[in-house]
Design a protein around this ligand. Structure first.
Ligand SMILES: [Zn+2]
Length: 235
């Protein structure tokens, strides 16, 4: 189960609504949001943020269009913690096994069997208890939506670098005399540029400001989440 919070800004202010979602609801909401081109970003805890703009006519002024932002926050009841490499490997194995991942008894305890590989009883119990794995009525074991989202988001941890600030033009390879004002910064140039990088190594973008780099980082996370939702959740 998930908790959801819908926030919308309109002329009357900000409204907030809360509603519980089943896994099927949350999955449908994510798929629809991606299809409509909304910004969707998976969270490391196994939830997601969905944001979109709605255009409304201004009731006070004829013909003027206002943009109102809406946001839906989806939070799993059991947040997923940071996955260790072993846990990630086990979850990968369960997902790749698809229909073949099943709960079986071994010495009176449950194990997840994936073909000739298996998850030991202690870990099987832990993954179910933490809400990473769920078992269908027919005995099939599969990853929960929260585990899928968390594993995705934990593979795309972005950061931005601090701008270099004031420096000597020669240090940055610039051919300039620097700031032409008397004082401490005379002869120096200012570099506000910042890099946005991601742990997946697919993002290395430079922006003129750190704010710009943060925007590029978020854009990357949303693009990766959209690709993930389309490839992994719509099947
Ligand atoms: Zn990435």
């Amino acid at each position: 189960m998930f908790r959801t919070t819908l926030t919308h800004n309109n002329t009357a202010g900000t409204e907030v609504n809360d509603a519980p979602y089943t896994e099927a609801h949350a999955r449908t909401a994510l798929i629809r949001a991606v299809r409509r081109g909304y910004d969707v970003e998976a969270t490391a805890a196994g939830g997601a943020f969905i944001t979109w703009a709605r255009l409304d006519l201004d009731p006070r002024e004829d013909g003027r269009v206002l943009r109102h932002f809406r946001g839906l926050t989806i939070t799993p009841d059991k947040p997923v913690g940071k996955l260790t490499p072993t846990q990630s490997e086990d979850l990968d194995m369960i997902e790749q096994a698809g229909e073949r991942a099943r709960i079986e008894q071994e010495g009176g305890r449950d194990v997840i069997r994936c073909g000739f590989l298996r998850v030991p009883p202690g870990l099987t119990a832990r993954y179910r208890d933490r809400g990473y794995v769920t078992v269908e009525e027919d005995g099939r074991a599969r990853l929960t939506l929260a585990a899928l989202l968390a594993r995705h988001a934990q593979g795309h941890v972005t950061r931005t670098t601090a701008p270099a600030g004031w420096g000597r033009p020669a240090d940055s390879g610039l051919i300039t005399a620097g700031l032409n004002k008397p004082g401490r910064r005379a002869g120096l140039t200012y570099s506000g540029s910042s890099w946005a990088v991601c742990s997946c190594a697919e993002l290395t973008a430079c922006a003129d400001t750190r704010e710009g780099a943060r925007f590029k980082a978020r854009e990357h996370r949303c693009a990766m989440t959209a690709a993930f939702v389309t490839a992994r959740l719509t099947a």
